[in-house]
Design a protein around this ligand. Sequence first.
Ligand SMILES: *Cc1c(COP(=O)(O)O)cnc(C)c1O
Length: 361
Amino acid sequence: MKQYAIALVPGPVSVPEEFRRAYFENFGSADLEEEFFLLYEENESLLRKLLKTNNAVTIQSGEAMSVLWGALKSILLPGDRLLAVSNGVFGRGFGEMGMMLGMDVRIVEAPDGEFPDLDSIRTAAAEFRPKMITAVHCETPSGILNPVAGVGEITRETGALFCVDYVASAGGADVRTDEWGIDIGLLGSQKALSLLPDLSMVAVSDRAWEAVERTNYQGYDALLPWRDGPKNRYLPYTHNWHALYALSLSLRRLFEEGLDRSFARHDEVARYCRERLGAMNVALYPKSEALCSPTVTAALVPQGWTWNELNGALRSRGMAVGGSYGPLAGKVFRIGHMGTQADMKLVEEGMDVLEAVLKNR
Ligand SMILES: *Cc1c(COP(=O)(O)O)cnc(C)c1O
């Protein structure tokens, strides 16, 4: 398989050797040993600090999508109303997943590269009376960091539950679960935490647990067994001890650096990336600088290039970036600078390669 010296894809991000080494350890059996549960609890308390919450944080095996599905199925029943706030693939995806599950869905869409205005969300919420409102903090395929706090306020006015996907922001951008009124916060391991795509986490409020209990969904991705399972030392499947060990290393490194310093590091590389793109006359996808995510930069494929040509030219010089999906496929390309990839030297090298490729056309 091809290796890229300049890996700037927006996840899964490069995993440092220290975290990968965690997978070579020999542990006991995760369902039986007290040591495993202590590791689980250590991770939970570090995740609470990361996500700024006093709520329980569950840690499941499986890639982040498993908790997006699991949360929807655990909270809502077919016929329940779901309002999805969208300005991209994941925002709309919540609505589409809800439809596939038989829920009554309304999607509030934003104009291209923007966030829906709060009044239109408020009006939709008041009319539709949803049981849950979903939003995405970092809409990765659009390179946008959404102001979800305002949606949290509207959700509280409506009495709905607020579910936020912060898979691609937490660790690289400030996430305030409790202050923003987030009842269900969703996280994965392969973005700013710089781990393999093998763990998914959910911060669950007491109100959300009540809904989970009433819905009583059973299945591999069900949330309910994670409410009392860790306390009772009884989990629904054999957990991934190695991944949890790697998670504890990643979180410890993050707090050694300091959360605020990590956010500043992400801000700096993102700003630098935008400046270099500006100097190359490459337009950003988000309509305003204020919406640009510190973890991923989305730009328009330059005039005179197709995405395939640009991607091929960059890859032949050892650099990997991301394309986009859905309506943005072929039009937008993305530079992932989260976790280990929020590294000024790496992003500098990447921007040099991009500049050379565009000049030598
Ligand atoms: C990466 C990501 C996920 C997980 O999705 P995959 O496409 O399976 O990696 C979920 N939500 C957001 C916002 C993400 O960036």
